[in-house]
Design a protein around this ligand. Structure first.
Ligand SMILES: *Cc1c(COP(=O)(O)O)cnc(C)c1O
Length: 361
């Protein structure tokens, strides 16, 4: 069986080069006589793996000394709870921008631990838009302002960084981290599950401004306490050791591609190929507003549920797999993270043209 072009929203494709290197190092890492998986997380050999992963992440993303990168577990979903538990402090409420599936989940979870206010919601437009800064206001007393940079399910992306004044900006970047440059200094917290653009599931990256740690609610579990995790370099307990190692390999690959500016250029090119085909077509319809389109999750539909299904089935026969939209939206979703090669996009575009020739009117 040949490798397929995997358009899965996550877990998703990893660069082949990374998989091959991991395979080559699987049984005997760096002459240690063991796999990274088998090493004590406190051993000298593993600590080197960990420190390199952290240093590379800081270098690639330009993380300043004011911020700390943590390698945690529990997915982005656990952060939906960790964030209010750590940041709510004496504040009455936190602001949430609800622009899709996961940002709504973050809001619902956030409400359990304190006041949560919907600062803006795009539910009325079926989550197909990202509003302008002028369309909402930020509560200046809010503990933080939470938003999701790239809405994985609906296929929208914030085209700008919200200006929240002194209110810390907290961002779920699960499906866009490492896909483009980001000015980390603007953020209180950036967090992401690794399984979309960074590595395997099981690892969660949290980048936190150090001065926001230390005010966790007393009942906060220590593994969720950012201050405790910062002081212990994410090793209150055994971290996701192998996932951290794979992240390190992915970061090597990103640096080899030219870093985040080069990734952005590459991702823009890939997304533009798909969007221009969709815009020129009579069969395919883009699902979201033009100025809010995601570079990572391209959503569209064929205006007919049966035809959507036929498209997904036929694509799979051509080695283009996992193109079905989320159960909440239907339609088609092509998730094209960093590791999706341009050949995958070309193959998909060729298939789409043939499909339109046969089924379009
Ligand atoms: C996938 C995803 C999540 C959920 O991540 P888990 O690691 O499964 O908890 C949250 N937010 C966004 C934006 C996602 O894409």
């Amino acid at each position: 069986m040949q490798r397929v072009f995997n358009f899965s929203p996550g877990p998703s494709m990893l660069p082949l080069e990374v998989l091959r290197r991991a395979a080559a190092e699987l049984e005997n890492y760096n002459n240690t006589g063991m796999s990274v998986m088998e090493m004590s997380h406190r051993s000298k050999d593993y600590l080197k793996v960990y420190e390199e992963a952290e240093a590379k992440l800081c270098r690639v993303m330009g993380i300043p000394d004011t911020h700390k990168a943590l390698f945690l577990q529990g997915g982005a979903t656990l952060q939906f709870a960790s964030i209010p538990m750590n940041l709510m402090g004496s504040h009455k409420s936190a602001d949430y921008a609800v622009t899709g599936f996961f940002s709504n989940k973050a809001y619902v979870e956030g409400k359990k631990y304190g006041g949560a206010r919907i600062a803006l919601s795009t539910k009325d437009s079926d989550y197909t838009i990202i509003p302008l800064q002028s369309a909402y206001s930020v509560d200046t007393d809010a503990a933080y302002f939470h938003y999701c940079h790239n809405n994985t399910v609906f296929g929208t992306r914030w085209p700008y960084t919200p200006d929240t004044g002194k209110v810390p900006l907290v961002c779920d970047m699960s499906s866009s981290i490492l896909s483009e440059p980001v000015d980390v200094s603007k953020f209180g917290i950036i967090y992401a599950g690794a399984q979309k653009n960074m590595g395997p599931a099981g690892l969660t990256v949290v980048i936190i401004r150090r001065d926001l740690t230390g005010n966790a609610m007393p009942l906060t579990p220590s593994v969720m306490d950012y201050a405790a995790q910062t002081q212990n370099d994410s090793m209150i307990n055994t971290p996701a050791t192998y996932g951290i190692y794979l992240l390190s390999l992915v970061l090597d690959w990103v640096e080899k591609q030219g870093g985040l500016a080069a990734m952005q250029k590459y991702n823009r090119r890939k997304a533009d190929m798909l969007y221009s085909l969709i815009d020129d077509s009579n069969l395919y319809r883009a699902s979201v507003a033009t100025d809010s389109r995601s570079m990572m999750n391209v959503t569209f539909n064929l205006g007919n549920v049966e035809l959507d299904k036929e498209f997904v089935t036929q694509a799979a026969k051509r080695g283009l797999v996992s193109l079905a939209g989320h159960r909440a939206t239907g339609g088609i979703r092509a998730s094209i993270y960093n590791a999706m090669p341009v050949e995958g996009i070309k193959t998909l575009c060729d298939f789409m043209k043939e499909f339109e020739f046969e089924y379009g009117k």
